[in-house]
Design a protein. Structure first.
Length: 343
């Protein structure tokens, strides 16, 4: 096992060192070897297009030209506080959407959708903020969130798996929502939030930090192994062929917590017999996965409780739409100067 794990440990350590700013290319301005507050890897490397996106996005939320005369790091913090991702990621997203849709992309409306996902404002608040009626805000936001989610097939896929990747972390995250009044059942109860919710399954590539798989939603009480298999133990004939168990690429093993001990042919879990290097690698992978979940829940639409949807199926579809849209945004951010290994 050590033969295959050592190169990956080195790769992950190298990524961490490159991002840490030890040679002056790291997270913003350095003062006596310290990183500036709230700065990150994109501070000194914004493209001209990204700088224009930064300026335009800030102007939409009250930061005009005069208020933009500050440190770029502060401007980016303000931008992220309203839109959830960096200007470089928004610029790339807008470019990709323009290629995929015949109609022109309205940047103001795209920013409105990002703002809604990040802050989860009511349509009345949106109407005041963006200068449109409630119906326009509601319909336009839904349209652009769907367009963002449409990039999932290109951005969240095993097809781009790094060739050096032999192990990948897997875990489930719970999203809080209001009770399912049309389907009252204890299956929706989340032990993590002590309330109703749903669960999503996510896999990340530990070599380049890209998100490779998402599945869900399922009721929050669904065991992680049941989620992985697409069915319960002892009912193998009923397991869903669309589950991760059947979609996992050949040669790739998953790394999970103790909940996955029942599937050793697919998932490796930490045990006492592992050497220190293996334990460190597995711990770092699981930490990476938690970082993905943290970035997802930085979007208040996923922090809960999720309030949209009429009826069980409609609520599940809307939760799925927002979760996958936010996952696509996190992926764009990772690819555009905001990697998971951040110091």
């Amino acid at each position: 096992m050590m033969v295959s794990l050592t190169p990956l440990i080195g790769k992950m350590a190298s990524n961490r060192e490159n991002i840490s700013g030890t040679r002056g290319h790291g997270n913003g301005h350095q003062h006596n070897g310290r990183l500036g507050r709230g700065s990150h890897a994109t501070v000194s490397r914004l493209s001209p297009e990204a700088k224009k996106m930064l300026s335009y996005g800030l102007s939409l939320v009250g930061f005009g030209k005069k208020r933009q005369k500050c440190r770029e790091a502060l401007s980016i913090r303000r931008f992220r506080a309203h839109y959830g991702i960096g200007p470089g990621a928004v610029q790339q997203l807008a470019s990709d959407l323009k290629k995929n849709y015949d109609e022109p992309i309205n940047l103001s409306n795209l920013f409105m959708a990002l703002h809604w996902l990040k802050l989860y404002s009511t349509e009345e608040v949106m109407a005041g903020r963006w200068g449109h009626g409630e119906q326009y805000c509601r319909e336009t936001t839904k349209k652009y969130v769907k367009q963002i989610r449409s990039m999932k097939s290109k951005k969240i896929t095993f097809c781009g798996l790094h060739p050096k990747c032999r192990f990948a972390p897997v875990d489930c995250v719970h999203i809080i929502c209001y009770e399912f009044r049309c389907d009252p059942d204890s299956k929706w109860w989340s032990h993590k939030s002590n309330g109703p919710g749903v669960s999503f399954e996510v896999v990340t590539d530990p070599v380049d930090g890209h998100i490779r798989w998402v599945n869900g939603p399922e009721p929050a009480s669904t065991h992680d192994l049941t989620f992985l298999r697409g069915g319960k133990k002892g009912k193998e004939n009923e397991w869903k062929k669309s589950s991760l168990y059947f979609k996992l690429p050949e040669g790739l093993r998953l790394v999970g917590d103790s909940a996955y001990k029942g599937q050793p042919d697919k998932v490796s879990t930490t045990n006492a017999a592992h050497d220190p290097a293996t334990k460190e690698l597995f711990a770092r992978m699981k930490s990476m996965q938690e970082t993905v979940f943290k970035r997802l829940k930085d979007f208040k639409v996923l922090r809960g409780p999720f309030r949209h949807g009429q009826g069980t199926e409609d609520k599940l579809e809307k939760i799925k739409l927002c979760f996958e849209a936010c996952l696509v945004l996190v992926q764009y951010d990772i690819e555009n100067g905001h990697p998971l290994f951040q110091v």
